[in-house]
Design a protein around this ligand. Structure first.
Ligand code: F6R
Length: 251
């Protein structure tokens, strides 16, 4: 695992933005795996800015999002479909027909998960997977206890994740308790994985994921098994790592 530590969350986001732009530059029909949440907001904002300045072409890009809440329609402002349209897709020359996100209103969530898994395989897998990291080291919505060879499936969200994400729901709105997530095994089949984590509240999850041991109780620790993973951090998120463990250190 390659670890890059930047002085600030903004610099870490800029580094990840460059990696994404390099990917779509070298392979214009890339299949991208994308996260939602707070962490990638600055990356998507930079991609929008770069696009306005003529950098980045999304016409032939295909995307697979990591997860979606069960019970929310794609029009619900708290859904990840809505998030992706608002934060990235509608601002660039992206064909929405190539955006794949599990259907939150699927009548049969298990069948929807299997469909999604098969669709990723039909596209030949994911070239470049961007991940955030939960405070409990979850990746996608693979909560602690998820098998490292798990596939796309319906999952129950933990209390810690529900609490962390409560802010995205207006007062009085019912927060979904379940989601469909790409599995850890599905994620690990991506050809390249980049993890972005910033802030002190991620420091323990980062340390547990990077230092190991690989255990199902720390979903992020599965990444140590992947041959081409880079984790990009700010100094706060990296505070429990020893300098010798990092390959690039800007601070
Ligand atoms: C979101 C996702 C989650 C988030 C994680 C971190 O699609 O897959 O794993 O990446 O919960 O969320 P933030 O960035 O809000 O701290």
């Amino acid at each position: 695992m390659k670890i890059i530590i930047k002085n600030s969350a903004a610099d870490a986001s800029a580094a990840v933005t460059d990696m994404l732009l390099q990917q779509i530059g070298k392979k214009p029909d890339s299949v991208l795996g994308l996260p939602t949440g707070a962490t990638p907001l600055a990356v998507y904002a930079r991609l929008r800015d770069e696009f306005r300045n003529g950098r980045g072409c999304y016409k032939d890009i295909t995307t697979f999002n990591l997860d979606e809440y069960l019970g929310l329609s794609a029009e619900d402002p708290a859904s990840y479909s809505f998030y992706m349209r608002e934060n990235l897709f509608r601002h660039v020359d992206f064909d929405l027909g190539r955006a794949h996100i599990p259907h939150g209103l699927a009548a049969d969530a298990d069948a929807e998960a299997n469909r999604y898994e098969a669709l990723i395989a039909a596209y030949g897998g994911i070239d470049f997977m961007l991940l955030g990291l939960g405070r409990n080291a979850h990746i996608g919505f693979n909560e602690p206890g998820s098998l490292h060879n798990s596939r796309t499936r319906r999952v129950a969200l933990t209390a810690s994740t529900l609490e962390a994400n409560a802010a995205y729901f207006p007062p009085g709105a019912k927060q979904p308790s379940h989601a469909i997530t790409m599995g850890i095994g599905t994620i690990l089949e991506s050809r390249e994985i980049v993890v972005l984590a910033a802030g002190a509240e991620k420091a323990e999850a980062v340390a547990a994921s990077v230092k190991g041991p690989g255990t199902e109780f720390v979903p992020g620790s599965a990444l140590g098994r992947h041959p081409n993973t880079t984790i990009v951090l700010d100094t706060a998120a990296a505070q429990h790592l020893e300098r010798a463990q990092t390959l690039e250190f800007d601070a």
